[in-house]
Ligand binder design. Structure first.
Ligand code: ACO
Length: 361
């Protein structure tokens, strides 16, 4: 039987940091509220596009796998913030990487997108049509925020993560996976005015930003992530004691804690980096995976659980058995161009656009 092993990994976080204290200047919030209610201390604001972050993360992943871009035969890019509507961000990534032998496409399942993409990439390898696949999660959520809306502005950030999948006969990679959606409640988390349904000639500025019923999303996230995680562990034929590390979508520390409680996992078996980056949507898990490997928390043969939820409302969970290698075969010095502006300066146009009509609910 053919499997798809994760052989390379990498991340890209933009250099400009937006702290909770900075946000106190933009909207009616406090560092204390954000820290205690979400676990977030700071997030990154991109001065580049999604494809640029995806390329840097991919170069690190390719180096870790010891591959050239031309070795890749498929790129699946999970994003809901592509540079432009046409073409796909994945085709921009292909060109910038020089991955001339790859078929490419974007996949939008919001924050669950990277697990969806991991599933698609794995199935494409297992089906025999592809041998070396880049699975990327990259997002620029800051573009879809109204930084005067405290209900959303404090939660999100920008970044990218990527892995390389390679065909193998070893029984590693995805062992069980569940992806799901409840489209009937899609309206509780949406951007109504960006896309062909938006009024192109008479846009209402608030419609270009994320609208969210936070508590309802929270409630559904806890249920969906917890239950899907339990099911994939069971489907993989594992018990909770066999799980070495849960790498959850980083949306809110309270959602992560509830998911870990549902799985009855000890805190040291849960990887958390939400304080540094906030919710980078499809990028949270590949960024966290990369950091977990760098910190020595992924051991040879480890059983990892990934779990996420997002707009749609989508959810996803997977059990991945790690292979023998936890060290990169090579390193890349790829990085984003340095930026002259602070995060606050990068947001000046946003704040001017939404004016001083600070929304407080
Ligand atoms: N600063 C200060 N006060 C705030 C803020 C803020 N940033 N946001 C809300 N409040 C206030 C509210 O107005 C409310 O005040 P009131 O009691 O006087 O009415 C109080 O804090 C509690 O508000 P709730 O909304 O009930 O707070 P909650 O504990 O639910 O936290 C939050 C809100 C953080 C949004 C939480 O519901 C959450 O994390 N939801 C999930 C959101 C999420 O993860 N979305 C991403 C989905 S992924 C994707 O696909 C993009």
């Amino acid at each position: 039987m053919r499997y798809a092993e994760i052989t390379g990994w990498g991340k890209c976080v933009p250099p400009s940091v937006l702290s909770n204290t900075d946000l106190e200047e933009l909207t009616d919030t406090t560092d204390e509220w954000i820290t205690t209610r979400t676990g977030i201390k700071e997030r990154r604001i991109a001065n580049v596009n999604v494809s640029d972050m995806a390329v840097v993360a991919s170069r690190h992943a390719l180096a870790a796998a010891g591959l050239e871009a031309t070795d890749i035969d498929l790129i699946v890019l999970a994003t809901c913030t592509a540079d432009v509507v046409i073409p796909s961000a994945a085709s921009l990534v292909q060109a910038k990487l020089g991955a001339t032998n790859a078929a490419v496409f974007d996949l939008n399942a919001a924050c669950s997108g990277w697990i969806y993409a991991l599933n698609v990439g794995t199935q494409m390898v297992r089906g025999g049509g592809h041998k070396k696949v880049l699975v990327i999660g990259a997002e620029k959520l800051s573009h879809l925020l109204d930084f005067t809306d405290r209900g959303t502005a404090v939660l999100f950030g920008d970044g990218a993560g990527a892995v390389v999948l390679e065909a193998t006969d070893e029984p590693v990679g995805v062992q069980s996976v569940e992806i799901g959606t409840d489209g009937s409640v899609a309206g509780i988390l949406c951007v109504p005015g960006v896309g062909t349904a938006g009024n192109r000639y008479q846009g209402d500025p608030s419609e270009y930003a994320i609208h969210m019923d936070g508590p309802e999303v929270f409630r559904r996230a806890v249920t969906a992530m917890g239950e899907a995680s339990s099911r994939v562990v069971e489907q993989a034929g594992l018990s909770v004691e066999d799980v070495d590390l849960l790498i959850p979508h980083q949306a809110n520390i309270r959602i992560i804690d509830a998911t870990a409680r549902k799985l009855k996992l000890a805190p040291e078996k849960v990887f958390v980096n939400i304080a540094s980056y906030g919710n980078t949507s499809a990028a949270t898990i590949p960024i966290a995976l990369t950091e977990a490997i760098d910190e020595g928390k992924v051991t040879p043969g480890a059983n990892l659980v990934f779990a996420a939820f997002g707009a749609g409302l989508t959810w996803a969970a997977a059990v991945v058995r790690w292979g023998a290698r936890v060290k990169p075969l090579g390193l890349s010095d790829a990085h984003l161009p340095s930026v002259e502006k602070t995060a606050m300066e990068l947001l000046e146009s946003n704040v001017a656009f939404y004016g001083d009509g600070r929304r407080s609910e």
